[in-house]
Write a protein that binds this ligand. Structure first.
Ligand SMILES: NC(=O)C1=CN([C@@H]2O[C@H](COP(=O)(O)OP(=O)(O)OC[C@H]3O[C@@H](n4cnc5c(N)ncnc54)[C@H](OP(=O)(O)O)[C@@H]3O)[C@@H](O)[C@H]2O)C=CC1
Ligand SMILES: O=C(O)C1=N[C@H](C(=O)O)C[C@H](O)C1
Length: 269
């Protein structure tokens, strides 16, 4: 078994710290580099310090230096940061696991294009539970295609900067596709004032932000006389970190191509 050399972007962030800890605990992985923004107070620190371990890997802002020994970069940062890292990784053959959410269409197109040069796993949620939930939603949407209104409610911690969450949007896409619709044509992002009666062809989204909620998602199918709710609730970020590590292992024999967690977890129909 060869050791997978993994660098982490946003190494001092909520997910970055969790990822460093997961890599240090994995017998088949080695922490090969740690990146953060130049202004971060973490620059110059040992990447394992947050986990109470000294690794000899210092958090730095210089991409080339941080990635010189890495096979793969795991990136949970912000779209603008991920896109900078992507350009470097595609040019230098460093595979990427991208967990960042909040990309616009141009950002997503850049990731698709980079997948022609280097192996990439890109998914808004890397937990096994959420990815199995997506399959349940596909089945449910087909069964509730007539007579049920569909609403998606998500809740996250007060620090989250994008809304709706990437996971909620993915859930909406899965449901819309199963119903033969395009999410962009049927999504309603919040309601206010005299909105009129509900259009049955729409998929509604509601966002809650507060406290330390790790990540809750519920899709409701609201019929006459009954309501079906499919929920996933995260109680720890460790599931995302373990999913990202699985994705990094999956990329070991993928020199190029763009993949999702359904590929990594073998959930494709
Ligand atoms: N796919 C999945 O399973 C999951 C995805 N996420 C997503 O991951 C992302 C990060 O979440 P989280 O860890 O909670 O966020 P944090 O804000 O805790 O961490 C983000 C890290 O990225 C750094 N950063 C900020 N801007 C840039 C930039 N322009 N370039 C490079 N690095 C930057 C931050 O540095 P500084 O603090 O100095 O600004 C910080 O270290 C979000 O998009 C979130 O939605 C989160 C959990 C699971
Ligand atoms: O920012 C977060 O915390 C999370 N972001 C992801 C998203 O936007 O879906 C995944 C998870 O819900 C946690």
């Amino acid at each position: 078994m060869s050791t997978l050399k993994i660098a982490v972007a946003g190494a001092s962030g909520r997910m970055g710290r969790m990822l460093v800890e997961a890599i240090l605990a994995a017998p088949d992985a080695e922490l090969a580099g740690a990146l953060d923004v130049a202004a971060s107070p973490s620059i110059g620190m040992d990447a394992g310090a947050f986990a109470g371990q000294l690794t000899g890997v210092v958090i730095q802002s210089e991409l080339a230096a941080a990635l010189k020994d890495a096979d793969v970069l795991i990136d949970f940062t912000r779209p603008e940061g991920t896109l900078q890292h992507l350009a470097y990784c595609a040019a230098h053959g460093v595979r990427m696991v991208i967990g960042t959410t909040g990309f616009d269409e141009a950002g997503k197109a850049a990731i698709r294009a980079a997948g022609e040069q280097v192996g990439i796993v890109f998914a808004p949620n890397m937990s096994v539970g959420v990815n199995v939930t997506l399959k349940l939603l596909e089945m449910a949407a087909k069964s509730f295609s007539e007579g049920y209104d569909i609403e998606i409610v998500e809740a996250h911690h007060r620090h989250k900067v994008d809304a709706p969450s990437g996971t909620a949007l993915k859930m909406g896409e899965v449901v819309a596709t199963a119903l033969g619709r395009e999410l962009k044509d049927c999504a309603v992002y919040g309601r206010e004032g005299v909105t009129g009666e509900r259009d049955p062809s729409t998929i509604g989204f509601a966002t809650v932000r507060g406290g330390d909620v790790v990540g809750d998602h519920t899709v409701m199918f609201l019929g006459t006389g009954e309501r079906i709710e499919i929920s996933h609730k995260s109680s720890s970020r460790v599931t995302y970190a373990h999913g990202a590590l699985r994705a990094a292992r999956f990329l070991a024999d993928k020199p190029n191509g763009l993949f999702g967690m359904d590929d990594v977890l073998g959930l494709k129909a």
